[in-house]
Design a binder for this molecule. Structure first.
Ligand code: NAP
Length: 287
């Protein structure tokens, strides 16, 4: 078997075209959805991520702005910058680019973003709503993985989904989304003994460990959908996922590449969340 490759760029384009009429309706009502990114320091990797997000917003007609702060800014300066965006009516979504410099309490900063503008979905209240099965703003990467699975028409109800990774931004929220769709979900972590025993029984396998080539073809159930969330910078400067693409491709039914897979979906879902946030905020203002 040779897996169908899930093209994140193509699926992201579909997401963008689905947003066009919604953005047009907002703009006709005098609302241009706006995303603000708070960027602390001058890490080249963060700058690339921020630029990609800005470009995607502009492609769909959103306003995107970056609030840059020096690497040695204080936590209170950062909190004040977030607060100014919280009360700025032209901004409907706020993200704080991670990681933040040492000495700054990332959670305190993330939790200070207004709930309705929390387009990364990291606020505990938004995560709690997801736990309760009433999602409001959902973290972008898990949302992008779900969109990818749906695009390929992969059934989830009654299937075994294995998620490798239990972080609050990928593994855990993704497990909740899969549970909500009727999958039987196993979440693995670095202490899981005999990881392959779990992965080989997965109809849907999502790998978000940050370990290059953690999953090889012999660990994949024939015909399974394998979604590679990992982004690892290799010594030669190239990006690699957590799945050994070539060996997995020979066994899986569907496989997402790195780059060009989930990363594209994450950006697309950030734009989608910003449009959704703008719709809700403008409806709330009209009510
Ligand atoms: P994280 O917070 O470091 O979590 C990694 C998780 O993987 C942890 O739960 C860890 O287990 C588990 N893990 C590590 N090694 C393992 C192993 N050998 N076997 C089983 N589980 C293992 O990372 P994250 O933020 O979730 O991100 C995960 C990866 O996805 C990274 O490569 C990141 O760059 C990438 N990412 C990509 C996107 C995208 O848009 N494509 C977005 C976000 C993240 P423990 O909890 O036991 O330590």
């Amino acid at each position: 078997m040779t897996a169908s490759v899930l093209d994140g760029a193509a699926i992201a384009r579909q997401v963008f075209s689905g947003l066009e009429s919604r953005v047009a309706a907002l703009r006709a009502a005098g609302v241009r959805p706006g995303l603000a990114t708070v960027l602390v320091g001058d890490s080249p990797a963060s700058q690339v991520y921020v630029r990609n997000k800005q470009r995607a917003c502009e492609e769909v007609g959103l306003h995107a702005q970056v609030r840059e702060l020096p690497a040695d800014c204080s936590e209170s300066e950062l909190l004040a910058a977030v607060e100014a965006l919280n009360t700025n009516d032209a901004i409907h979504g706020i993200i704080v680019q991670l990681p933040l410099p040492r000495g700054i309490d990332s959670q305190r900063v993330l939790q200070s973003i207004a709930l309705e503008k929390d387009v990364d979905g990291f606020n505990w209240s938004n995560l709690g709503a997801l736990v309760d099965g009433h999602p409001r703003l959902v973290p972008c990467t898990p949302l992008g993985v779900m969109r990818m699975l749906d695009h390929a028409g992969i059934a989830l109800e009654g299937r075994h989904a294995v998620v490798i990774g239990r972080s609050s931004i990928v593994g855990k929220p993704l497990a909740l989304l899969l549970i909500a769709r009727g999958a039987t979900v196993t979440v693995c972590n670095s202490k899981t003994p005999d990881l392959a025993a779990y992965t080989r029984s997965a109809d849907v396998l999502v790998v978000a460990a940050g370990r290059p080539k953690l999953v090889t073809g012999d660990m994949v159930k024939p015909g399974a959908a394998v979604i590679d969330v990992g982004i690892n910078r290799m010594p030669d400067g190239k990006l690699a996922g957590d799945v050994d693409f070539e060996s997995a491709k020979a066994v899986a039914g569907w496989l997402s590449p790195v780059p060009g897979g989930v990363g594209r979906m994450t950006v697309a879902m950030l734009v989608a969340n910003t449009v959704l946030a703008a719709e809700r905020q403008s409806a709330a203002r009209c009510a």
